[in-house]
Design a protein around this ligand. Structure first.
Ligand SMILES: Nc1ncnc2c1ncn2[C@@H]1O[C@H](COP(=O)(O)OP(=O)(O)OP(=O)(O)O)[C@@H](O)[C@H]1O
Length: 268
């Protein structure tokens, strides 16, 4: 005869929600650079979490340390103090400059990354074709970089970043050099990709409307030294457009705070 295992008495309380899974956890990070006349503190005590699957934009005045923070998270440099935990995951980084090799075709630029991942020749070709399709550049595999428009080059750069198969995509003003219409199209594409793939994205920009249009959280950094000054949750449903009244009104609010940060920084 078998007896049923006693079950724990029901307390009536709902189960505690699982804590969020973090893609990156930045704790008390500081960074100083040695300069001609001593050291310059660029970041000081930065705490920032990005949950798995979250889209976070990072805003701040020029020179406040946004790129420095991204480079630290990417592992390109080490913090002077504090910790950065990506759970052992590698990160993919995309810049304003596409940084594609001009002597290779669009497809070969992507295949180079796939080769580093150890994929065989036929697999590389198929995966590069698939990624070009994902960024809506089907048929561009054989095109040389100079044959592509600025927007198309950034699409290839995005496909190459995706080829790294990372869970966290770090983007440093990737669309800043593009015209407004191309940027608008790429905002839509990036949002679609993010929602389809469940990637975590940390996106640096100067453009408040871009930050609000894309993100679930907008994080504002202060300057000298760079710290996290404020953050906003953006609950505006997708699809969003830059000219949506809700996007516009939150952008105005954030711009005011950014302006006062810049004025305060100017008085330092
Ligand atoms: N390797 C380095 N050596 C010395 N100083 C550096 C180094 N890298 C960055 N800095 C300084 O750190 C500060 C922050 O630079 P960073 O590029 O991170 O700012 P940012 O917020 O990304 O600026 P922007 O928005 O203009 O791109 C700047 O004053 C810069 O000169």
């Amino acid at each position: 005869m078998t007896s049923a295992k006693p079950r724990p008495a029901a307390t009536g309380a709902p189960p505690a929600p699982a804590p969020p899974a973090y893609q990156v956890r930045v704790r008390n990070v500081s960074k100083s650079f040695r300069t001609g006349d001593g050291t310059t503190a660029v970041l000081d005590g930065v705490d920032l979490d990005v949950e798995a699957g979250q889209f976070v934009t990072l805003l701040g005045a020029s020179g406040c340390g946004k790129s420095t923070l991204l480079n630290l998270i990417a592992g390109l440099d080490r913090p002077s103090a504090g910790t950065i935990d990506t759970g052992g995951d590698r990160t993919a980084l995309m810049f304003q400059e596409h940084a594609l090799f001009p002597w290779l075709t669009a497809g070969r630029n992507i295949e180079l990354v796939l080769r580093l991942r150890g994929l065989g020749k036929a697999e590389r070709r198929a995966e590069a074709e698939r990624l070009l399709e994902v960024v809506r550049l089907t048929g561009a595999h054989g095109k040389r970089v100079h044959e592509l428009s600025g927007g198309m080059r950034q699409r290839v750069a995005l496909a190459r970043a995706l080829a790294q198969d990372c869970r966290l995509l770090l983007m440093d003003e990737p669309f800043a050099a593009l015209d407004a219409i191309t940027r608008d199209v790429l905002h839509e594409e990036l949002t679609r990709l993010w929602r389809e793939t469940g990637l975590s994205v940390l996106f640096v920009t100067h453009n408040v409307r871009e930050a609000v249009r894309l993100a679930q959280r907008v994080v504002l950094m202060s300057s000298r030294p760079g710290r996290i000054a404020r953050e906003w949750r953006v609950d505006i449903p997708h699809p969003r457009r830059g000219e949506d009244p809700a996007v516009a009104s939150l952008s105005v609010e954030i711009t005011e705070v950014l302006r006062s940060e810049i004025r305060r920084h100017g008085r330092n």
